[in-house]
Design a protein around this ligand. Structure first.
Ligand SMILES: Nc1ncnc2c1ncn2[C@@H]1O[C@H](COP(=O)(O)OP(=O)(O)OP(=O)(O)O)[C@@H](O)[C@H]1O
Ligand code: SF4
Ligand SMILES: [Mg+2]
Length: 336
């Protein structure tokens, strides 16, 4: 079994918007091993980006991480100062966002931005060596004529190429963990596939662990080996990827999967819509946050009064941790 790359314990993040407190991430815990590709799925507003930013120490006011331990390569980074965190970010853990423009400065050449990413953590590198490494990185993300294209500006690259450059910058220092927040959503299907193939290679060649946040279950099925279904700031079901497609046990996971009747259509697009709306994260119900929409528990007092705890279950396609009062009963039903 691969060593642990990241261990998150009891992570909670709020946005204090004056008058109301939005509980964006609620007591999330998980482990990520080297080379693991964890897919995080959930409807819009479920806390996926807040989770990513919290792990990277990038939550800004009015947001605040209120609790939690984030152990990266054996070291708790949650208590580090901004300056100490700056030395870790980009070097040991990196982020790729949906919009590559946010990672690239339009008035600086691609080359100078990669060089910056390399030298910020290793200021003593010699100029020629850094430029060589920058070109190597561009080649690594499949940009042809890399030497020459180092001197281009971001607007001279296509959207897909810019995203690959953002990935090159993110991997410049060979981080242990790469968090990609919907890295392919803005790209056409062919470019999406190229970016995923690139991430795939990264995992194999550098033993990077990847957290891939996506709305696309097809990407989870193709790329990930584990999955966390996020609802109202919590991981309501976590498992190996096979389990979630064979025996989704949390009623929310089942509803997500049920909306895609034909598995071959998984790759076609974003997460399907489920009837009803996610709860207001500043006014969470006291019981299960899915209860108002849940076909199983909607009318059950227990579900409205008592918040479920995670249950470890074993099904036909592996184990899962499921936050539902009826997890054991439900896994028995799907297993027959
Ligand atoms: N800067 C902010 N100020 C106030 N509330 C915020 C802020 N950023 C996020 N939130 C709230 O935190 C909750 C989680 O948001 P988050 O962006 O993590 O969702 P998400 O799962 O990434 O959604 P999407 O799929 O649309 O990207 C939401 O209720 C959102 O409104
Ligand atoms: S605890 Fe109740 S409301 Fe929540 S998911 Fe399970 S059955 Fe549905
Ligand atoms: Mg988001």
């Amino acid at each position: 079994m691969d060593e642990l790359a990241l261990s998150v314990r009891n992570l909670s993040t709020v946005y204090d918007t004056g008058g109301s407190v939005v509980h964006a991430v609620r007591d999330v815990s998980f482990d990520l091993r080297r080379t693991e590709r964890l897919g995080v799925v959930g409807e819009s507003g479920s806390g996926k980006s807040a989770l990513a930013l919290s792990i990277l120490g990038l939550i800004e006011p009015p947001g605040r991480v209120v609790e939690g331990e984030i152990v990266l390569g054996g070291r708790d980074i949650s208590k580090l100062s901004d300056r100490q965190l700056g030395a870790v970010r980009g070097k040991e853990i990196a982020l790729v966002l949906q919009d590559p423009s946010s990672a690239l400065d339009p008035v600086k050449t691609i080359g100078s931005q990669i060089v910056e990413a390399l030298t910020v953590h290793e200021p003593d590198l010699r100029r020629a060596a850094v430029r060589r490494r920058a070109a190597e990185l561009l080649r690594e993300v499949d940009i042809s004529q890399a030497e020459r294209r180092l001197d281009d500006y971001p607007h001279q690259y296509s959207g897909g190429m810019r995203q690959r450059v953002a990935i090159a910058i993110a991997i410049a220092n060979n981080p242990r963990v790469l968090i990609a927040d919907e890295p392919t959503t803005a790209l056409d299907v062919t470019t999406q596939a190229q970016v995923l193939a690139l991430l795939d290679r990264l995992v194999d060649e550098h033993r990077t662990a990847v957290i891939l946040i996506t709305h696309n279950l097809g990407i989870v099925s193709d790329f990930c080996d584990s999955v966390a279904v996020m609802y109202a700031g919590r991981f309501v079901e976590t498992s190996g990827v096979d389990h979630i497609f064979v025996a989704p046990t949390h009623p929310y996971s089942e509803a997500l999967l049920k909306c895609v009747p034909n598995p071959e259509r998984l790759a076609e697009g974003p997460l399907p819509a489920i009837s009803g709306f996610p709860p207001d994260l500043s006014q969470l119900p006291s019981g299960c946050s899915f209860a108002p929409r849940c076909p199983v528990g909607r009318d059950l007092p227990q579900c409205h009064e008592q918040a479920p705890v995670p249950h470890r279950v074993s099904g036909p396609a592996g184990e899962a941790s499921v936050e539902c009062h009826f997890a054991e009963q439900r896994i028995r039903e799907v297993a027959v």
